[in-house]
Design a protein around this ligand. Structure first.
Ligand code: ADP
Ligand code: GLC
Length: 488
């Protein structure tokens, strides 16, 4: 089969660099390009958020779509050579900022309506060859915002096939039955084998129950979510659909995240010129007003401030080390946004240790690159992690990740005890502040052995995180489904 026989519509709610809250955007920004490089005919569809429309050239008009929940204007633009369809409607243009949350960090009250409308638009595009002059064989959906799509398409004759990728099972888009009814969504979907979920209606369950195939973004997370601990209540259904569930590790954008060419950092470097990395550390220490000490191990964090990421454990571990063995030679630089309680606690920590702890509450692409380049160790003590991109960015920059053995972190980071041939970071067995604190001290100790450290950096920087392999797994999956359906 030739890949240009594959016509794929990629439906998502974030797209780097146009709109991003986390790794979903990075994946949706780079996987379609990788598919296109394999000659797949792929188009992306996203909501036409105000911030997106403000930053791009006016997109071309394609069609007006009359949907049960309203009329949307479908427009078309391109991003890095990939066609992007925009679903324009007042519900997306009437606000700026985070696509899901208000400035007070609360979900927008009309999220269900907004993403139900978006889902109806995607279904219409998928079925409307005459209006859009293009029809996909398969719609590839991502996370709860697009979970209704496989459910709605299941009601249509001759609908395209569907793949549903779970980037994060904890965000489910669950609404009350009353709200579901107010959206006038099909009653027949609200059944136990469908959207019904513990007395509610769940958007993500639509993807899990109805898609031809489900996948997650790392092999370990695909295993973990069939278990109660990580299954977020969906483990039964996931176990039932195990034959259609797989894990495909994310790649990363090797151009954007390249210390040899990165325009955001003070000094470019490679594995062969790793000593130049120190200039980035000094630059970061200066920018963040930390003591300019080359020998102090600099821990970096770039994260959504959410329970998932174990930021509370970083605070606890730091405090514990300070009280048990004060004045250890390390610093912390954290960039994050989200939970206000965590923000207050971090601010307190920074106030108590002004030259050793710097915190920035913002979403700042440039600073995120500077932290990847300037830090010695990247902290990611996540409670769960479907894939995680920052540990892979860290590897690229010779910054050793300290992670919990979960999900994609388990699949990418090898602990220093695995031997210097493969070690590329530090791994703790569970998300626990005591374990984290002692591993942080361990890293401080290891940091003194420059030869061993350089070997781990070389291992880290030699990892291959290109999209090529993951893209070929997705293409195999698309082809299998379409062959089963006799489409190709
Ligand atoms: P998740 O998607 O769960 O947040 P990932 O590790 O997959 O975690 O991806 C997070 C992405 O978002 C990375 O590209 C990271 O650099 C970026 N990011 C997170 N918080 C910030 C921030 N405050 N400023 C800039 N980039 C951020
Ligand atoms: C989610 C996950 C993260 C993953 C990202 C991209 O936001 O939390 O682990 O890397 O999606 O797939």
């Amino acid at each position: 089969m030739k890949h240009n026989d594959l016509h794929i519509l990629f439906a998502c709610s974030e797209l780097t660099p146009w709109v991003k809250t986390g790794g979903l955007a990075d994946v949706c920004g780079s996987l379609p390009r990788a598919l296109q490089q394999h000659n797949v005919d792929v188009r992306v569809v996203i909501p036409g958020y105000k911030d997106v429309l403000d930053r791009i050239q006016p997109p071309a008009f394609v069609a007006l779509l009359n949907l049960p929940l309203g009329t949307v204007t479908l427009c078309q633009s391109t991003l890095n050579g990939v066609d992007v369809l925009l679903v324009n409607h007042e519900l997306f243009t009437n606000r700026t900022g985070n696509p899901y949350m208000s400035d007070a960090d609360r979900p927008w009250p009309d999220n269900a309506l907004r993403f139900a409308l978006f889902s109806q638009a995607v279904c219409e595009i998928a079925n409307r060859a005459s209006e859009t002059e293009w029809q996909p064989d398969l719609v590839h959906c991502h996370d709860w915002q697009t979970g209704l799509i496989p459910a709605l398409l299941s009601l249509q004759i001759d609908a395209p096939a569907t793949v549903f990728t779970i980037h994060n099972l904890a965000y489910q888009g669950n609404i009350t039955m009353g709200e579901y009814h107010r959206l006038h969504l099909p009653e027949e979907l609200l059944v136990q084998d469908g959207l019904e979920f513990w007395g509610q209606a769940s958007f993500i369950k639509g993807g899990i129950a109805y898609a031809d195939r489900i996948n997650t973004v790392s092999p370990t997370y695909a295993e973990e979510i069939t278990d109660r601990e990580f299954g977020c209540g969906m483990e039964g259904l996931l176990l039932h659909r195990r034959g259609s569930l797989s894990g495909i590790l994310n790649g990363i954008d090797l151009q954007t995240w390249n210390p040899a060419t990165d325009q955001h950092i003070a000094c470019n470097y490679t594995a062969d010129t790793i000593e130049l990395k120190a200039k980035n550390k000094i630059d970061l220490q200066k920018q963040l007003n930390l003591a300019p000490e080359p020998d102090a191990l600099l821990f970096g964090v770039i994260s959504r401030l959410a329970i998932q990421k174990g930021i509370d454990l970083v605070i606890e571990a730091f405090k514990k080390i300070e009280s048990d063995t004060p004045d250890q030679n390390f610093q912390l630089a954290l960039l994050g946004s989200g939970d206000s309680t965590l923000q207050a606690q971090l601010e307190e920590l920074a106030d108590a240790h002004p030259k050793r702890v710097a915190v920035v509450f913002d979403f700042d692409e440039k600073l995120s690159h500077k932290i990847e380049a300037g830090a010695d160790v990247f902290l990611m003590p996540s409670r769960y992690e479907p894939c995680g991109l920052n540990q892979m960015y860290s590897h690229r920059y010779g910054t050793l990740p300290l992670v919990t053995r979960v999900g994609g972190l388990a699949d990418t980071v090898n602990d220093y005890t695995d031997g210097l041939d493969s070690a590329n970071g530090f791994v703790i067995e569970s998300a626990d502040a005591t374990l984290l604190g002692s591993e942080m001290l361990n890293a401080v100790e290891r940091f003194r052995d420059k030869a061993g450290w350089h070997q781990m950096q070389r291992n880290a920087m030699s990892a291959d995180y290109s999209w090529a392999e993951s893209a070929s797994h997705y293409i195999r999956m698309y082809s299998d489904i379409l062959e089963e359906r006799n489409v190709i």
